[in-house]
Ligand binder design. Structure first.
Ligand SMILES: Nc1nc2c(ncn2[C@@H]2O[C@H](COP(=O)(O)OP(=O)(O)O)[C@@H](O)[C@H]2O)c(=O)[nH]1
Ligand SMILES: [Mg+2]
Length: 386
């Protein structure tokens, strides 16, 4: 190829790239915050289900302090495009968050749904305002929604600190204070009377937030939420800068031990993957209860031959919830464990090791290539804070 042709092609390439950028539709970015186990991931999957019916291309961004995220793998099994920011929260690793947003924009994603770490707050100052100011490129930022679980809200309302400390409830309350829209989730789990009580409490305590009610599990209230988000005015949303005591916030975050692990399971004979996962979850839950801790969110995920099983537990007094199951027996699989609980990282590692060992003995299987990361979240140091 002559150098003339080569340089013409080069000019054409850059011209097309420029024109593509110019004509590229702005992606909408919806950030969904909320405490551990409130139902953020479940809600995002439901939102994607609604948006795809009108031809919208949707992608999710998951976030965690470290690798091996159950949410990412679970969303993938739902056949939804997903990107992960791991190693720190969006606010403390804004550059990575920006990189992922730009990648999804390049892929012509109409709607990006992003879930910050469940123990994160101060999102308006550290995420929403920087994005509004163009720090993550040409993306349209939608109002901040914060999902809330009725049981935790009831404890906050009753000032009941028997499960979580005052500092954790401070963080939980700050999450709602900065929200444009507070989403009271899991309506299917509460009585009409409690629903009324909680809604009134939210309206009185957070008078500048819009309160909506959903059941992400049943898919109710999702369209109304989307309507509220899309009818909002950019000028009057994402503006609630909270007065946040960072030392108390950091203490609250660090009260939780964090454990992420992955491993391979190999069985001698065919086994029931659903039973295995449930057994493991039950053992971990029992040991956390015995050690006097509260579970923020315990998630287990097992994948084998294109199928997966996922279970979750969001409190020592809460049941183990099965989100998806295998339809046939398995012989091996990839296991991911995510635990956030008010237990030291060392204790969480010990609990996990014991539970794995018992699983091997009870089900005649081997757990191999076991990798574990256990720690307490470090002091939050946001990239931007406006
Ligand atoms: N009953 C009920 N359970 C729900 C609902 N939404 C989420 N969950 C369950 O709550 C647990 C935590 O949900 P998840 O979306 O992972 O929470 P996240 O940590 O906020 O992302 C899972 O077991 C979900 O199946 C709901 O509307 N009703
Ligand atoms: Mg989640």
């Amino acid at each position: 190829m002559s150098s003339g042709i080569r340089s013409s092609l080069w000019i054409l390439f850059w011209r097309n790239k420029y024109l593509r950028r110019e004509n590229m539709k702005r992606s909408k970015l919806m950030v969904i915050g909320g405490f551990l186990g409130a139902g953020k991931t479940t809600s995002m999957i439901e939102i994607e289900n609604v948006l795809k019916t009108i031809g919208q291309k949707v992608a999710l961004i998951t976030n965690d302090q470290t690798a091996f995220q159950v949410d990412t793998h679970y969303v993938e099994t739902q056949k939804i495009p997903v990107e992960e920011v791991s190693g720190s929260c969006f606010c403390c690793n804004f550059d990575k968050f920006k990189e992922v947003i730009e990648k999804l924009q390049e892929e012509d994603t109409h709607f990006i749904l992003a879930e910050p770490v469940g123990s994160c707050t101060d999102l308006v100052s550290t995420i929403m305002k920087p994005i509004k100011m163009g720090k993550a490129g040409n993306v349209e930022i939608l109002p901040l929604s914060v999902v809330v679980e009725p049981r935790r809200l009831m404890d906050l309302m009753n000032q009941d600190t028997s499960l979580l400390s005052k500092d954790v409830y401070y963080l939980f309350s700050k999450q709602m204070e900065e929200a444009d829209i507070i989403i009271l989730n899991k309506l299917d789990t509460i009585s009409v009377k409690d629903r009324k009580l909680l809604k009134e409490f939210l309206e009185i305590t957070y008078p500048t937030s819009q309160i909506l009610e959903i059941s992400a599990r049943e898919g109710t209230g999702i369209e109304k939420w989307l309507l509220a988000v899309l009818c909002s005015d950019q000028k009057t949303t994402n503006i609630k800068k909270i007065n946040l005591e960072y030392d108390t916030y950091a203490n609250a975050e660090a009260e939780m031990g964090w454990l992420n692990a992955n491993a391979q399971l190999n069985a001698e004979n065919l086994i029931n993957g659903n039973d295995i996962l449930f057994d493991l979850g039950k053992k971990i839950k029992d040991l956390i209860t015995q050690s006097g801790g509260e579970i923020g969110h315990l998630k287990l995920f097992l994948k084998s031959e294109g199928e997966a099983s996922k279970i979750s537990c969001v409190g020592v007094n809460q049941p183990i919830d099965v989100a998806s199951e295998f339809t046939k027996p398995i012989k091996n699989g990839d296991l991911i464990i995510n635990i956030r609980a008010t237990v030291s990282p060392e204790e969480l590692s010990r609990i996990t090791q014991i539970s794995i060992k018992r699983l091997e003995e009870a089900h005649k299987l081997e757990v191999e290539n076991f990798e574990v990361q256990a720690f307490r979240p470090s002091y939050p140091t946001p990239t931007y804070r406006y």
